[in-house]
Design a protein around this ligand. Sequence first.
Ligand code: 3HC
Length: 280
Amino acid sequence: MKVVVIGSGLMGNGISLACAQADYNVTNIDTFPSAIEKAKTTTAKLYDKKVAKGKMTREQADAVIARITYADTYAAAADADLVIEAVPEKIEIKKAVFAELAKVCKKEAILVSNTSGLSISEIASVTDRPNQVMGVHFFYPAPVMKLVELIRGLATDDATYNTVKEFAKSIHKETVDAPELPGFIVNRILVPMQNEAAFMVMEGADPKDVDTAMKLGANMPMGPLELTDFVGIDTMLATMTGLYNGFHDSKYRPCPLLETMVKAGHLGRKSGQGFYKYDK
Ligand code: 3HC
C-alpha cells in the first residue's frame, strides 16, 4: 500500500514515522519547504537519541528514516492508495487540501483526515468520492501513542472503513469508533480539562502547582499545562474553539489566556515559550 501523509508538522511528521516504523514506505508532502527541513531535523534528533539510548541500532534508525521521502507538491500523491491529511486544524485549509487531492489522486485512493474534531462529512463534501473519505485521529506523539479514533462521515462506505481499520492495525494501533461530533471522544474530554487548567492560571494559580497536582493526584503522565505546551497552544486552542463552535455551548468557551498566548506567539515547546520556557 502506498501511503502519503500531507503536512510535515508535529502530527504529520509523527504519523509518517509511525508508518515508517511499521515498514511502510511513506511520502510526506508539505508545500512549505521550511516545514520539511524542520521535520527532517526533528526526526534526525529523535533517532539519534534512540540510538544513544540503545533502543535501536544506527542501521535500524537509518532504515526507518530512509523509508520516508519528502515532496513539496500534491502531484506526489498521484499514485497513493491511502492519503492521510495532517494540515492545520482550520476547515478552510482542510477543504482546500481535499479539493486538491481529489484532483490529483487516482479514483480508488482513500483520503483520510487527522482532524481532531472537524466534520468529516464537510471535508468529504468537497471531493469527488465522499464514500472514500473518513477521519483517522492520531495522538501526539503519533509514533508512541497507541490509540487512533476512527470516524465515519455520513457517506463513508464499509470497504473504506474496513481498509482503514486494517491499516491502523498494521501500524500497531488500537482503534475505537468515535461519533462524528466535535472533539470525537478523547479531545471532547481531555481538551476542556486543559482549558480549565488554563483558567486556573489566569485566576492566579502557578502552572507548576496545577501540573504537579494532576500528575500526583490523578496519575497523568504529564500535567495538563505541560501537555498543552507539548501539543502546541495554538493546536489546543483550535480544538477548544472547534468544540465551542460545534456544540454552540458556552461550557466549551476557550480560556482568554490561551488566545492571548497565541497572539503573543507563545505556542508551547515548539516556540520555546508556553506555560513554561524551553531551550529551542
Ligand atoms: N515524537 C516521537 N516520539 C517521541 C516524542 C515525540 N515528540 N517524545 C517522546 N517520544 C518517544 C521517545 O523517543 C521514547 O521512545 P523510546 O522508548 O523508543 O526511547 C518514548 O516516546 C518515551 O519518551 P521519554 O522516555 O523521553 O519520555 P516519557 O517516558 O516521559 O514519555 C510521553 C513521553 C510518551 C510523551 C509521555 O509523557 C506521555 O504519554 N504524555 C502524554 C501524551 C498525551 O497525552 N498525548 C495526547 C495529547 S492530545 C492529542 O494528541 C490530540 C490531538 O488532537 C492534538
